[in-house]
Write a protein that binds this ligand. Structure first.
Ligand code: DGL
Length: 267
């Protein structure tokens, strides 16, 4: 198959990566996508690096059988913990979220105080701090783990004690007095309208759009994008989940209306 015509793989532990897929579909509607939500193994943020490597290998191996041209790691946790292990091992390009988003965010040199809200595994890896400071050594970074948030999104819990669940983490972050707060887990934008009640709206950065912009530009520069014949979407999306496909569909529709029930994939 000609490189351009191959699909793009997108991966996450669940529905979080759809916040990135949505942006990709807006920017590149002509492309075909294969989305894997590893709902059997979530939350990734509570897993060890070894566990995440073994899970990611299965996902990448599957993408290899599907002859994708690129894999978008729409997951901060795997970008932080397993990207280095796999970056040169497959025939496709792998795009890691944290590394790319950090590079883009630090282009604004006025940003010298940044907070990151992320999973436990991402925070423990200090990958955001390393990557932000790689591009701008003057930036001060505060990282806060928010372990309650991913289960709330995945279980679609709406009647939680909002102030307690949000401020438990947000208060520490606000005390640092950051210029910006990166939502360093792709599940968190699902809670954004609730989080924003407790802090100024323009403090938050959802890196999905800048990440998708970068991936799109890179695919284009490498002549790997299909031709966009007209503004009508022509590509299609295949969804896979490793558990609870019906629940996945229900949550997915918040970001991707008309999502089909995903096919079960064994991971
Ligand atoms: N959405 C993922 C991230 O961006 C993983 C969340 C999880 O499963 O803990 O980190």
């Amino acid at each position: 198959m000609e490189e351009k015509n191959k699909p793009i793989g997108v991966m996450d532990s669940g529905v979080g990566g759809l916040t990135v897929l949505k942006q990709m579909v807006e920017l590149c509607p002509q492309e075909d996508y294969i989305y894997i939500g590893d709902t059997k193994n979530l939350p990734y943020g509570e897993k060890s690096k070894e566990e995440l490597i073994s899970i990611a290998k299965k996902i990448f191996d599957y993408f290899e059988t599907r002859q994708v041209k690129a894999v978008i790691m729409a997951c901060n946790t795997t970008s932080a913990t397993v990207y280095d292990e796999f970056k040169d091992k497959y025939s496709f390009t792998i795009y890691p979220l944290i590394q790319i988003a950090s590079k883009c965010i630090t282009m604004d040199k006025k940003l010298t105080k940044i907070a990151v809200m992320a999973t436990k595994a991402t925070v423990n890896s200090h990958k955001y701090k390393q990557e932000l400071q790689k591009s701008n050594p003057n930036v001060e970074v505060f990282e806060q783990a928010c372990p309650m948030w991913v289960p709330i999104v995945e279980k679609n819990i709406t009647d939680f004690d909002e102030k307690q669940v949000i401020c438990e983490y947000l208060d520490n972050v606000l005390e640092f007095n950051p210029q910006k707060i990166i939502l360093g887990c792709t599940h968190y934008p699902y809670l954004l309208n609730r989080i924003e009640k407790y802090a100024a709206k323009d403090l938050f950065i959802n890196p999905a759009r800048i990440f998708a912009n970068y991936v799109t530009a890179d695919l284009k520069n490498n002549n790997k994008l299909k031709q966009l014949k007209n503004t009508q979407r022509k590509g299609h999306i295949e969804y896979f989940a490793s558990a609870s496909p019906e629940e996945f569909k229900k949550n997915a529709e918040i970001f991707m209306p008309h999502t089909k029930v995903p096919e079960l994939i064994s991971l």
